[in-house]
Write a new protein. Structure first.
Length: 405
């Protein structure tokens, strides 16, 4: 049986676009004849057909795209989410998470005979959240399920779903999110010192940048030479510090939180000036500052973790640790830390202030490790320049023997 397509707005738009791509033949020219009844020359037929050929209303770059892109200009009319609406999620990884979670919601709805139409979607999502709560679901899965539905279903607005807001609040009370434990300053310096001693220079530089400037590991890995800004003013001008620019608008790649041209100034750690100066001096403007691939950096990080007795730690905890140290030193520095973290609300920033957890992490470490951490923090300016003292190396080998590495 042949499959019949409905003549909806989407099919009509597709038919119009296909018709626009086909050249229009001039039948009058094809059937023309000379005044004396003889045949028309072939060359004149070609010129006539070219002169009558209708130009497509769409650019060639659009016509080469798949059918989904060809629906531009008619997707909202056919009830789909428009291209501009889908572009609100800029990160490719976030799009993949939304797609996979919405496929999971869709599969659950199909298995239970539930509808995801606009008038029924809130009730369907409420029951899906209940299954997550009773099962092994986590808070981030519940929030992503709602966000993915808002992203994929046209006309669905999160603020209109009052029951969903109440349900997420209850989910959060029953299963609160578990944020990562910040890495204290001593362990961050320890990890950087071990990286430089083991000749993992790029890893040591990334550790200091992530901890000192509160950057994300992914955006640190993508820094270009032109993103590092040298001082351009005298003391007191506000331009006397090194800084980096995250997500320059000229490259049309927003940050994780969809912001542009975020400038982070290296004020607190003196060793960061040496790190940024060395990276700026040896890197062309359009070249990546760090040449090693991310997989190589992560493998080196796992080696360093054995020396700080944090085998399950991830590099993102360095960003948490830098923010926690800044808040512990100055409780009134919340606005500055929020600006450096590039958080839109203070709620996300407050969770980094965890003095109790920092104390627990440090108190679990042996005395030899803490002594090495203190020495590394004192000599970090020399360490980043490749000058390793004999005392530092001696304590490193003692600790290495103690840990059985």
């Amino acid at each position: 049986m042949s499959r019949q397509l409905s003549s909806g707005p989407r099919q009509q738009a597709w038919a119009r676009l296909q018709a626009a791509r086909r050249p229009v033949n001039d039948s009058s020219t094809a059937q023309a004849s000379s005044s004396n009844g003889g045949p028309v020359p072939l060359s004149s037929l070609k010129v006539a057909s070219q002169s009558k050929k209708r130009r497509s209303p769409l650019p060639a770059s659009i016509l080469k795209r798949p059918a989904r892109a060809l629906a531009a200009g008619s997707r909202a009319l056919s009830g789909e989410v428009s291209i501009c609406e889908t572009s609100t999620v800029g990160s490719s990884s976030a799009k993949r998470h939304y797609d996979s979670m919405f496929a999971r919601v869709n599969a659950w709805a199909a298995a239970h005979g539930r509808s995801l139409e606009l008038q029924h979607v809130e009730v369907t999502l409420l029951d899906f959240l209940d299954t997550l709560l009773v099962g092994d679901g986590k808070l981030d899965e519940a929030e992503k399920a709602v966000s993915s539905a808002v992203h994929h279903i046209a006309g669905l607005n999160r603020s209109d779903m009052k029951r969903i807001k109440k349900a997420l609040k209850g989910f959060r009370k029953r299963k609160p999110s578990l944020s990562r434990v910040p890495l204290p300053e001593e362990l961050a310096y320890r990890a950087a010192a071990v990286a430089f001693i083991l000749s993992y220079v790029e890893l040591g530089q990334q550790i200091l940048i992530i901890f000192g400037l509160n950057t994300r590991p992914g955006e640190t890995q993508k820094l270009l030479g032109e993103d590092i800004n040298a001082p351009a003013g005298g003391p007191g001008s506000g331009l006397e510090f090194w800084s980096i620019t995250i997500a320059p608008s000229s490259r049309l790649e927003p940050s994780k939180t969809q912001t542009w041209d975020d400038c982070i100034i290296a004020r607190d750690l003196p060793c960061l000036s040496s790190v940024l100066a060395s990276l700026k001096g040896k890197t062309a403007p359009k070249e990546y500052v760090f040449k090693l691939p991310a997989a190589r950096i992560l493998s080196q990080w796992k080696v360093v973790n054995r020396f700080i007795l944090e085998p399950s730690a991830v590099m993102y905890q360095l960003r948490h640790g830098g923010a926690s140290e800044a808040l512990l030193r100055d409780p009134r520095a919340g606005l500055r830390v929020q600006a450096e973290l590039r958080h839109r609300t203070t709620t996300s920033m407050r969770r980094y202030a965890k003095p109790g957890q920092l104390q627990q992490v440090l108190n679990r470490k042996p005395v030899q490790l803490r002594e090495f951490c203190q020495l590394a923090s004192q000599q970090m300016e020399q360490i980043v320049q490749g000058r390793l003292s004999k005392e530092l190396l001696r304590r490193f080998h003692v600790l290495k023997h103690l840990l059985g590495i």
